[in-house]
Write a protein that binds this ligand. Sequence first.
Ligand SMILES: Nc1nc2c(ncn2[C@@H]2O[C@H](COP(=O)(O)OP(=O)(O)OP(=O)(O)O)[C@@H](O)[C@H]2O)c(=O)[nH]1
Ligand SMILES: [Mg+2]
Length: 270
Amino acid sequence: MENCCQSCVSRSFSADVTLRGRYNVWQETGREKVIALAGNPNVGKTTVFNSLTGMRQHTGNWPGKTVTQAQGRFVHDDHSFLLVDLPGTYSLLAHSTDEQVARDFICFGRPDATIVVVDATCLARNLNLALQVMEITNKVVLCVNLLDEAESKGIRIDLEALSEKLGVPVVGTAARSGRGLDALKEALCRVATGQVAPAPLAVAYDEEVRAAMEQLLPRLEPLLQALPHLNPRWVAMRLLDGDEQFLDSLTEHTGAGQPEAKEEVLLCPQ
Ligand SMILES: Nc1nc2c(ncn2[C@@H]2O[C@H](COP(=O)(O)OP(=O)(O)OP(=O)(O)O)[C@@H](O)[C@H]2O)c(=O)[nH]1
Ligand SMILES: [Mg+2]
């Protein structure tokens, strides 16, 4: 959404500051859409990244981490995009620095959309990460890469049915040969500019978890006002899981970093 009022302007300004300060991600203009590129290791993320951004890229490190960060730019249909290649991860539960970097950027870096690249030859295993990203944000495009490899193994994927089932746009690619990348850009553009609002499949929790979540959600509401793109259910799940690392990131990014705020969220009995 473009800046339509003073409140939007200040919100987008603080979003820029968050991006720049914490992640070293510099938008050329406020209109440039920031895109996160996530996926399991070795599924072709960097190949997709290189094909989309060509020479317009640079690499460095994630601030404070010895993890490589790559950023690149491209233009599609008069819209400018800044693509951020995240470290390859199997999950976003932050068991490793790579997972923490990827998760924090998707949660707090305010990407306008996230591409999840998956391997068409072992889709089921790769969907674990995709479902986690879809739980954090609805602004997801699934890129089913290595289609050529899958085809040579006799694997056929009904991309339309997959999209219907998951509730997000699905694009098939063979990134090494450039196949499908125009369609990927188009799908991405529609999601990032808000022309399409995906409604991802919601994860179903059992009764006990749902009840605990219902207790926690009202307490999270004020804290999450600054992070409207973040699904409160995901946040509640991480806290119920006792994910201290996530709580630290959350308190840091919401400005509610004081120890008492942390205790308020985690320890106050209902
Ligand atoms: N056949 C085929 N090979 C591909 C395709 N996409 C990528 N590759 C190859 O797969 C290998 C891994 O690709 P990368 O782009 O490095 O994968 P990645 O996800 O960035 O890997 P990590 O950064 O290590 O997690 C490379 O040898 C690519 O050339 C594709 O669509 N088809
Ligand atoms: Mg890579």
